[in-house]
Design a protein around this ligand. Structure first.
Ligand code: ADP
Ligand code: ZN
Ligand code: ZN
Length: 735
């Protein structure tokens, strides 16, 4: 029934968070004056048997649904729009670009509390500040209680009250200081002064050039890439630019890849800026995230720090977006609405007419290519700030070398020498658990996951075999389930095993392991980091968590144990990731006044990636990697979309993808390459069979034209009902 006459009735066009890429029509709720309704308010609507919170996007005078079939919306939840027109435009663009349903894309812009329909009311948050006595006491007097000492010092250095969210790492200490009367709680006015900044460090000439360049861009759209080795003072550059944005009365959004980095940066910012600063990430409560979002959206907060989803937070006075560690793949959402926070940040800044600053020691190849094509402005900090010098590299050829649980003798000697000088050693292995597999010495049986194409990893402390892909667990076996007689052995290395080895080799030293298993408990990572900073740790061991932006000033030796698996990755992103990882981990060494040394154990010392990276540096690596991508037509010189599909029976995804291929051959203008269908690199996961189809084109436009036509056809396929499929535009992970 197309466009029935609705005789003057007005229809609400509502985006509802369901996996259907369209708006839904409703009659206005009874008694609501439609002429006062604005796009961007939330409306509660009946949907199927449930009530859903949707977003009003338009009021129209016609509907494609028959009038008598239209239901009235239940209620309008907001008097003022929560999203501005620019926000809605951006989200509509993102929905089209990523070919993801508009209702789900819009929902991604809101914190959970608002998605659930809670009122958009900025509640006063309890704040904690120093009592008159607390201002006078020297933190030194609390040295027996290091946490309390640190908290007191923090509050004294920031000089302003802080919210419970900002102090979440200090809960017990906070209570103790409250009991001692050094800290008092009060309700915060959700305002807070703007732009009172404390003294900055005198910038060095490279920093100053970067600061000036970005400040010159304030007020219009531009993308700058700040390429600066670790410790070169990028954060200092951010802070001095932010000071200028704040002085202009504008707001700043700072995006970070990792939750664990937010508290660190938050504290550095709080020491510098006496403004209302909010942060948002998944470890905060729904209430705290609601508060942060509304503070920004209503203009009370001047700075927001957050992980990828913070990108969509509305800002009435936008001034600048910063993306730190822009190369990090966690900026790409890997499920649902698979957006790239980096790419969407640039689109957002363009729409808002503000600059974006991307920062990294190891910029993504995409950003390097954009610099080469003069789309981004390159700002370079080639040297470490202060006195620190760049670390030196050493490749340790471990072919035929005697090893003790993955540690070669020359490496052990290096560790020994470092510890003897009372310096810290950092050991990196990108595999958690005790060993990646349990194997039978008698018959060769290996511990496989029943639901995935993957081995079960030994977690010795928990006495478990655990699948890192689906989470299945079983207790560690004592007897081979196949031959019943063979001896079961742990094959390969994980961080847990290295920790044991190190503890037995260096019994009087303190070893701290940082990986997902040891840092799950809230606040535990912060505790370890503090312990490391206080010098109470001799050896730091961990996974890629170590590569991410942490400062370890006492570390002078960095050892990277197993890089060889990364050299032969089947995903073409593998070499870029490995190079970034090596440089990032290496960047943890010798940040203060001691020079650092980086040791890489490898069986492929002549591998071109290692040769280029270590002798010529990251830029040279990036150039040669871009050259290879250009020749192969791979991104950023080609454009890709990956259609992933999974189902309980192997033939269902196959039939689905064959049907998709038939549609493509009807629709394809001919230039989009179709690669597949093939089984996914992990062919089975959590009991489901997985297949994929890769679409690739030298022209972005052609690829997107095909997708525009293809997606409605896919939704309509009968084969689509039996499978779970998803489209990943610009995939960064082909698994
Ligand atoms: P990055 O963010 O690039 O890793 P940071 O901004 O954290 O670098 O700076 C690294 C260290 O150098 C910090 O301890 C910082 O205080 C110091 N630093 C930065 N800029 C300067 C400067 N201009 N003068 C002296 N020290 C500086
Ligand atoms: Zn056996
Ligand atoms: Zn599994």
């Amino acid at each position: 029934m197309p466009n029935c006459d609705t005789s003057g009735n007005l229809i609400l066009k509502v985006a509802v968070p369901v996996p259907l890429d369209r708006l839904f029509d409703y009659l206005p709720p009874f008694g609501v004056n439609v002429s006062e309704l604005q796009a961007g308010v939330r409306v509660l609507v009946p949907f199927g048997k449930r009530q859903q919170v949707g977003i009003l996007l338009a009021v129209a005078d016609n509907s494609s649904v028959r009038m008598d079939k239209l239901k009235p919306a239940t209620a309008v939840l907001d008097t003022q729009p929560l999203l501005a027109d620019t926000d809605i435009q951006l989200l509509r663009w993102a929905s089209r670009y990523y070919h993801h349903p508009i209702g789900e894309v819009l929902a991604a812009a809101f914190p959970v509390a608002l998605r659930q329909g809670r009122p958009a009311l900025l509640q006063h948050q309890p704040c904690f500040g120093l009592s008159p006595q607390g201002r006078l006491v020297s933190p030194e007097q609390l040295r027996r209680a290091p946490k309390q000492q640190a908290l007191l010092a923090l509050l004294q250095s920031t000089g302003s009250a802080m919210t419970a969210a900002a102090l979440s790492a200090y809960k017990p200490a906070l209570k103790a200081l409250l009991d001692k009367g050094l800290v008092t709680a009060h309700e915060s006015a959700p305002g807070g002064g703007l732009a009172v900044t404390k003294t900055a460090l005198p910038a060095n000439p490279d920093q100053q050039a970067a600061i000036d360049a970005v400040i010159a861009n304030l007020g219009h759209f531009a993308v700058s890439l700040l390429e600066g080795v670790t410790g070169s003072g990028k954060t200092e550059v951010y802070m001095q630019i932010i000071a200028e944005v704040l002085a202009q009365g504008k707001q700043v959004l700072v995006l970070l890849p990792e939750i664990s980095l937010t508290p660190q940066l938050e504290q550095r910012f709080l020491k510098r800026f006496a403004v209302n600063l909010v942060s948002t990430h998944s470890k905060l409560t729904d209430n705290q995230r609601l508060h942060a979002w509304l503070s920004m959206q209503q203009g009370h907060a001047a700075i927001m720090l957050g992980t990828r989803s913070a990108l969509f937070t509305p800002m009435p006075r936008p001034g600048l977006i910063i993306l730190d560690e822009e190369h990090d793949s966690s900026f790409k959402q890997q499920e649902g609405f698979r957006f790239s926070a980096r790419d969407v940040a640039i689109a957002r800044a363009k729409g808002l007419g503000i600059p974006v600053l991307l920062g990294s020691a190891t910029p993504s190849l995409e950003s390097m290519a954009n610099v080469a094509q003069h789309r981004y402005q390159l700002l370079h900090l080639p040297n470490r700030a202060g006195n620190a010098t760049a670390p030196s590299f050493q490749l340790l050829d471990i072919r035929n070398k005697r090893m003790q649980a993955g540690l070669s003798e020359p490496l052990l000697a290096e560790i020994q020498a470092t510890l003897a000088k009372k310096q810290q050693a950092l050991i990196f292995l990108n595999r958690r658990g005790y060993a990646p597999v349990q194997i039978c010495h008698g018959c060769g049986w290996v511990s496989r996951c029943r639901r995935c194409d993957a081995n079960l990893v030994i977690h010795a402390a928990d006495r478990l075999l655990r699948c890192h892909h689906c989470g299945s667990e079983q207790s560690l076996l004592k007897q081979c389930p196949a031959c019943k007689t063979g001896e079961l052995q742990a094959l390969g290395l994980g961080t847990e095993r290295i920790e044991q080895t190190l503890a037995s080799l260096f019994p009087d030293k303190v070893v701290v392991r940082l990986d997902r298993d040891t840092t799950q408990r809230k606040g535990s990572l912060e505790q370890y980091l503090e312990q490391i900073h206080d010098g109470g740790v001799n050896i730091i061991l961990g996974t890629q968590m170590l590569a991410k932006g942490h400062h370890f000033p006492g570390v002078t030796l960095v050892a990277i144990l197993d890089i060889d698996s990364g050299l032969f990755s089947i995903d073409y992103h593998g070499s870029e990731r490995l190079a970034q990882l090596i440089v990032q981990v290496a960047g943890r060494a010798g940040r203060a006044d001691q020079p650092g040394k980086v040791v890489l154990q490898t069986r492929h010392p002549q591998h071109p990636l290692l040769e280029t990276l270590l002798s010529k540096g990251y830029r040279a690596f990036a150039q040669s990697a871009l050259q290879e991508r250009r020749q192969a037509g791979l991104p950023p010189f080609g454009h890709q979309a990956l259609l992933r599909v999974q189902a309980g029976k192997a033939e269902e995804p196959q039939q689905f993808l064959q049907a998709v291929c038939r549609k493509i051959s009807e629709l394809n203008p001919g230039k989009v390459q179709v690669l597949g269908p093939v089984t996914a690199p992990m062919a089975r996961r959590a009991g489901l069979f997985r297949y994929q189809l890769l679409l690739q084109s030298p022209q972005r436009k052609e690829l997107h034209q095909l997708l525009d036509n293809l997606l409605p056809a896919i939704y309509a396929l009968k084969e689509a009902k039996k499978v779970r499929w998803s489209l990943d535009v610009d995939p960064v992970d082909l698994y």
